[in-house]
Design a protein around this ligand. Structure first.
Ligand SMILES: [Zn+2]
Length: 301
């Protein structure tokens, strides 16, 4: 980055000197240029200062795909993004083949983006590589920790392009996609997490060709992290709060409750509410074999 600015500076200086020969008011021009390059440098200094925060001191474990923070996270989580865009993890249109949510009786805590084995993968934000290794299920994976505390996980790689503790910027090459681990066809399994808790990435980022961050300020509610409230075939519809008071209001909103009637079964209640039995059980802390009582209250989507 520094070299790039230095080069731009040199080019501009040589242009300004070129102008001094032909123009009488070249000196103010040159002064203007010097002033603007100072502005440029100042902007750069600020950016560098932010990235000077050492994100590798706390809970920096390069041996595990997911770090155990050993504590309960407090919701809502306040997340800030400096940029309104992210770098696309692949260089073609992103086609989501499976979303964050419940899938075949299990939690799918990321999104799957279609690719061809060998397609290059890129870091979505600046950061430091925390993990670049094989992990069962995820296969060859790269985890990047970013300066706002988020981590992005890129799984099922065929080749690594980075190693642990490498610094990356948004758009840095991370490796090539593939089918390693538990993957039924080549795709990128992408996870976004904060202090070990996965968040539905579609509440943070637009997965279309704009590559936009949904908002510079986002308050993550617990519901945005719960796979049992989502279906891997449909986009989630939870409200994304951009202020703390909104987040508190959303979190305190009464849940939709179903009251068990005579003849009800878990299967009937779940299908009526477009949920899987497993998700309904998880959400209510009950077992598939639990006996339902008439009048019992169940939280549904
Ligand atoms: Zn996946």
């Amino acid at each position: 980055m520094k070299t790039f600015f230095a080069l731009v500076g040199l080019c501009l200086i040589s242009q300004s000197y070129g102008q001094t020969i032909t123009s009488d008011d070249a000196t103010p021009d040159l002064l203007n240029f010097v002033a603007s390059s100072y502005e440029l440098l100042e902007t750069y200094e600020v950016e560098e200062a932010e990235n000077d925060v050492d994100i590798t001191t706390d809970y920096w474990d390069t041996s595990k795909i997911r770090v155990d923070y050993g504590k309960d996270i407090k919701f809502p989580i306040h997340l800030q993004f400096n940029d309104s865009n992210y770098a696309s993890p692949i260089s073609k249109n992103k086609v989501i083949t499976s979303r964050y949510g419940w899938r075949k009786g299990r939690a799918h805590k990321g999104i799957d983006i279609d690719l061809v084995t060998g397609d290059s993968l890129f870091a979505m934000f600046d950061g430091v590589v925390r993990f670049a290794n094989y992990s069962s299920g995820h296969g060859r994976s790269v985890v990047v920790r970013h300066f706002n505390g988020l981590e992005t996980v890129y799984a099922h790689l065929s080749t690594y392009g980075v190693k642990e503790n490498d610094s990356v910027v948004a758009g840095s090459y991370l490796g090539k996609g593939g089918t390693s681990g538990n993957a039924r066809g080549s795709h990128l399994h992408l996870e976004v997490s904060y202090q070990g808790i996965q968040i539905n990435p579609e509440y943070l980022l637009q997965f279309n060709d704009t590559n936009e961050v949904l908002s510079n300020e986002i308050w993550i509610t617990r519901d945005m992290t719960r796979p049992e409230l989502h279906n891997s075939k449909r986009k989630g519809s939870i409200e994304v709060p951009t202020t703390e008071s909104e987040a508190i209001a959303v979190a305190n909103k009464p849940k939709t409750v179903y009251i068990v009637k005579r003849g009800d079964t878990l299967s009937r209640i779940s299908s009526r509410n477009h949920m899987s039995i497993a998700a309904l059980c998880k959400l209510n802390g009950i077992n598939k074999k639990s006996t339902l009582k008439i009048g019992q209250k169940l939280v549904v989507n």
